[in-house]
Ligand binder design. Sequence first.
Ligand code: C5P
Length: 399
Amino acid sequence: MMLSNKTIVLGVTGSIAAYKAAEIASQLTQAGARVNVVMTREAVEFVSPVTFRAISGRPVVTEMFDLASEYSIEHVSLAAAADIVAVAPATANVIAKLAAGIADDMLCCTVLATRAPVLIAPAMEARMYMNQVTQENLEKLKARGFVIVGPGAGWLASGKEGLGRLADTSDIIDSICQMLGKGSGLAGKRIVVTAGGTQEPVDPVRYIGNRSSGKMGYALAEAARDRGASVLLITAPATTTEPAGVDVTRVGTAQEMCEAVENATPGADALIMAAAVADYRPARKLEEKIKKTEAGLTLELECTPDILSAVRGSIVRVGFAAESSNLVENAKEKLQRKGLDLIVANDVTAPDSGFGADTNRVTVIDREGRVDSLPLLSKRQVAEKVLDRVAELLAGAER
Ligand code: C5P
């Protein structure tokens, strides 16, 4: 996972929204990050440092000259160790200080001293946010490469509705993941991911489908996005929420998916086919709904086009293989037959694995015949493992 073992400085400033920073610290910590919280003097008026100490399990910095703290010369050591600095919530005051380069507290010193990317999540009263000075300050920070997340619109502590609410925790954490991902091998790459289960019409109301939830493909699209890739998700029907920050093309049938992939792959660096594509479709699509008869019904099926085999050009190809027996042999045969660089095989009979599950137990096999059997992992973790291999293959192709 993108956050595990990352060191994050979370700057908390004196806004009513400071209590929401506790949730941010908690989620980052649970995802495996080391969270060093730096609070301004005003922030301490809103939330006790004890809260952040307990949530992060690490010392919290509140003073410029805190002799009891474990950090040596604090702003320097905090700034140097940080993979990212996130100021959430950021008041108009701290935004002004950062824009002007004023360094009269630990947080501003740390931001000034760090070479890590900086995220700012403003939270303030609507008129303060809309004020030209604040807007100019935010523009200055943007021009320096700071990433500004939010604010959102809605109820404000002043009792009025307006722009100024701290962005949602999930948006802040997504942005942190994306910023961390920029350095991990897929920045600037174009990745096409397919997902979901195709539906092959039988008549106007019926289709042949499968149990794909889309979770694996969507996790791949999100993980590739977070690593800085530009992602096109070609999705057949799925029961999962489509990820933000990726291009999405919706398709129904295998034929439509085939056309969308053929259009998308010229110029792409990798194609990851996580979709459950129907292997057969009704030979004829009937325009009228089939009537029920006592005689029963025989449907004639024909093969769908094999999408992976149809894709040409020097692109990294990754296929999935849902198997119920002889996992490794069947997957190796598929890798050869479809001309793949990598195949991700999963035993659909294993518990908590495959269609619909949040977790997956997969075996990754490459052209050299290396077989990597992974433990039961979340689909996002599986996605990270697959993308590590895709990044290796792309780096190898560049050499
Ligand atoms: O042969 P099988 O359907 O098991 O192969 C699975 C892999 O091939 C998956 O990556 C799937 O997305 C892809 N596939 C395809 N075109 C098809 C059927 C499957 O590209 N018509």
